[in-house]
Design a protein around this ligand. Sequence first.
Ligand code: ADP
Length: 441
Amino acid sequence: MQQIAWQRELLRIVIIVALATATGMSFEQPFWGAFLGLIVSQVLMLKRLNELYRWSNNQGSAPQDGGLVGYSVDILVRRERSLNKKIDKQGKQLKRIAEGIESLKDGVLIVNQAGCMTSFNRASCHLLGLRADTDMGQHITNLIRAPRFVSYFKQADYSDVIELESPHRSNITVQIQVAQFGIDQKVIVVRDVTERQRVEKMRQTFIADVSHELRTPLTVINGYLEMLEDADLNPGISRAIKQMSTQNERMKSLVNDLLHLSKLESDNAGIGNDWFELQSLCAISVDQLRAYRPTSLTGEKFPEATLSCDCVSGIEILGFSEEFSSVLINLITNAIKYGHKEGLAAEVKVTIDTLDEGLEIAVTDQGEGIASNHLSRLTERFYRIDESRESTVGGSGLGLAIVRHALDHHDAQLKIESVLGEGSRFSFVIPNERIRMKGSV
Ligand code: ADP
């Protein structure tokens, strides 16, 4: 097609030049004739190009031409048609996506680099009380003013979500997650979590109530069992009573741990930070456990563990001393319970190191260790590595869940490292903002 257009164009020039040359020859001026022919063909070409230019600017109709100009027009028309089809298709796709976002129950907002809203869906209006006519273009922090959201929005790391009361309706709790997209835009997803929170609260209250109610009957049973332990009974019954006592102790520790965990999960937890001295707290926790010898379910005592703590004095931590102490006690208790090998006494070390990001506190033992496939699940409630192994020491299965929650309130995370047959290391880092040297303020 392109070749034919070229041939036609050339043929047109040749014919015009030949006719003009022939006319020039009849006046004995073939050269001027040919020259005139060339000028005429160029003028005609310019005329067609001008028509093409006007048409491309939407002025006038497309030039009707069988040469290169006509060929270009054909190509442009075809290209425009296919582009229009693509735009149409993409327009429909965009419309479908917009309709999908509009029909979501979750609020979706898009904000630009400056933090101003460039679009939001209907659910955002319901959850946050936005109004399309007045709020579009407003800065997001003018509409969600809660200080927690403002500092969350300003930070560059959005790996976490935050939950807060809706600024529009106080009976709605919303979960907000921000994600960066493109170079300078952010998408904010707002989810109604009121029902989930209500169920979670019900669960917590139920567990706390049941645990509380179980305390009294357990104390009574314990009293009678202690009385019977001292009585002169035949050996079979004595053994049964001993086992009942051990199980009763286990139930008591389970109930206490459940109560402790619900306290840590309650709304009031994590409020009322205060500075406390780390060394004295470590020393008290270690001393408290020095004489601790776990008993197996068959009633044997494990050998006494060696405990060491290398904490220097003068370091203060901003947090909750009771919760912090329960972290240390749980980790050291576990190290004593699980950190021994074949009847040998456990060697437990509590070490404190200064890192760039804060103060690292670690509890290390030289026990049997934990296989790597269990490590990520150890802080789940009631997660046990091996039931047969646990039944020898009788833990509640809640210790590490308590540790995780208590550390959350100190902006720290539990790190578990372990090598099978060599021992385990449970550590966490208290961030620098929560540490000071005594007397520095
Ligand atoms: P429990 O109250 O049963 O000790 P935890 O939540 O404290 O429950 O611990 C969960 C499980 O993690 C334990 O049952 C035990 O199998 C394992 N574990 C915890 N600490 C250690 C440790 N230092 N060495 C080996 N295993 C451990």
